[in-house]
Design a protein around this ligand. Structure first.
Ligand SMILES: *[C@@H]1O[C@H](CO)[C@@H](O)[C@H](O)[C@H]1NC(C)=O
Ligand SMILES: *[C@@H]1O[C@H](CO)[C@@H](O)[C@H](O)[C@H]1NC(C)=O
Ligand SMILES: *[C@@H]1O[C@H](CO)[C@@H](O)[C@H](O)[C@H]1NC(C)=O
Length: 428
């Protein structure tokens, strides 16, 4: 009898735990964290090694720990590509990699310049060099093992020190050989300066790695640039929907109140249409906005249409509606397995979701993670090829408008599978 009761108890417990794992949404898991980035200076070998030894003695001024604010994160096969835009002097490398197998501890993983230090090093006289990368905000890896990003070519140093070193350029690096396979200089007819291009989304055909497009939002000029890998050409779209929304420009993040005017900031390629091999919905939004816009990738990929002007293509952009209060978002990304869009919601320290199989409305938007201490300013969000969500939070508004506490943890990298993240939310 006792045996039997025990059996039933175990059974009940087992059923309960299955029930719990299925229904409770799991928070994002912390993967890495830093207080400040540091350099492994030879003078002080006891210091945390964040950039490996060879980067300590770079030319441009001293290493500036506070200026090294990590912004973007993309995961691919055990490597994390982490960007540090050059907004202060003293940044040894704007594009970096963390080899996860060599960094088992959560604290202070080592960043190595990617693809190497030289490509990341500014020339002493700040002269242009098409072999080097000046400043990168965010990256994307496609299903063909290629890393895509825009080098803005611009040093956003404070005061009068800012300068354009070279034309902005789109780079494609083949991660299997660590070599650049394409560099496309964005022509002046597209845009005068590159500093408004904070993000990138890649749209690759299912069976043809050659047939790939990159979508580049420009928050400053409120334009969307489209690049075709096959044609090696770029064109652009303009639309009122790319602008900020005046009522949603006020932010309140960790005690900092500020007003932003940033327009189109993130683009996410959604699911394939039922009766088409290549047609997909592309989602996009401005930063100072709570609206989401949808357009077919067929429209974006049509250069003729782009040249005909907004009067012709304007109606192809569809205003889906508002996501809800305080849902202003930096990056968003689409998970094909669950059909869910995930948003990095900078104005409420959260990761939000919407299952695209449901009607677009605030009620159908959920929160998968919210933390007013540890998730302050999720600056980037990506989904890797295995369906894992990756997020970096960096407290950017405190860095800009106040001062980071240099002994507190400021930068964090998070991970969760998309399906676990939405479990128990409205998006499941
Ligand atoms: C590419 O770079 C990564 C990270 O630095 C390195 O681990 C890998 O061995 C490199 N692969 C090749 C083929 O050089
Ligand atoms: C591109 O758009 C133009 C103008 O609407 C149209 O005539 C043409 O068929 C489109 N091309 C493709 C490949 O859809
Ligand atoms: C800074 O962070 C440390 C570590 O969390 C904490 O002990 C300290 O009180 C903080 N300082 C201020 C001024 O908030």
């Amino acid at each position: 009898m006792a045996k039997l009761t025990e059996f039933y108890l175990v059974l009940v417990a087992g059923v309960l735990s299955i029930f719990l794992t299925v229904t409770l949404s799991e928070n994002l898991q912390l993967v890495y964290q830093w207080t400040q980035l540091s350099s492994s200076s030879k003078n002080d070998p006891s210091q945390n090694v964040l950039f490996s030894a060879s980067t300590a003695a770079v030319g441009e001024n001293e290493f500036n720990a506070y200026g090294n604010l990590p912004m973007g994160v993309t995961h691919h096969k055990g490597f994390l590509y982490v960007t540090i835009p050059r907004r202060r002097p003293g940044i040894p490398a704007t594009l970096n990699v963390i080899d996860m197998s060599r960094n088992p501890s959560v604290n202070n993983p080592t960043l190595d310049p990617y693809p190497n230090l030289l490509v990341n090093t500014l020339r002493n006289d700040f002269s242009a060099d098409s072999k080097r990368i000046v400043s990168v905000y965010r990256t994307q890896v496609d299903r063909c093992d290629r890393l895509w990003f825009v080098d803005t070519g611009y040093l956003e140093y404070p005061g009068d020190a800012g300068r354009q070193v070279q034309r902005p350029a789109l780079w494609v690096i083949d991660l299997t050989i660590n070599r650049s396979v394409r560099r496309f200089e964005i022509p002046p007819e597209m845009v005068e300066f590159g500093y408004g291009i904070p993000n990138i989304e890649v749209d690759v055909a299912d069976y043809d790695c050659g047939r790939a497009y990159a979508y580049l939002p420009d928050y400053e000029w409120r334009r969307l640039y489209v690049y075709s890998l096959t044609e090696d050409r770029m064109w652009r779209f303009e639309h009122n929907y790319f602008s900020f929304e005046p009522r949603y420009g006020d932010f309140n993040v960790a005690g900092q109140q500020f007003t932003w005017y940033d327009g189109i900031f993130s683009v996410a390629v959604g699911g394939r249409w039922e009766n088409s091999a290549t047609e997909r919905t592309v989602y996009l939004h401005a930063m100072a906005s709570v609206s989401e816009i949808a357009v077919s990738n067929r429209v974006l990929q049509n250069e003729t249409l782009a040249q005909l002007g907004n009067g012709v293509y304007g109606r192809a952009f569809n205003h889906l509606g508002a996501r809800g209060p305080n849902t202003q978002s930096s990056s968003h990304a689409y998970d094909p397995q669950t059909g869910t869009l995930f948003y990095a919601e900078v104005n409420r320290n959260a990761i939000g979701c919407w299952n695209t199989r449901t009607q677009f409305s605030p009620e159908n938007h959920g929160i998968v993670h919210l933390d007013n201490e540890e998730m302050i300013y999720p600056a980037d969000l990506r989904i890797d090829s295995t369906g894992d969500l990756w997020v970096i939070s960096n407290r950017l508004p405190i860095w800009i408008y106040s001062e980071l506490n240099r002994t507190d943890v400021n930068y964090r990298i998070w991970r969760q599978s998309a399906s676990r993240a939405i479990a128990g939310t409205i998006c499941a």
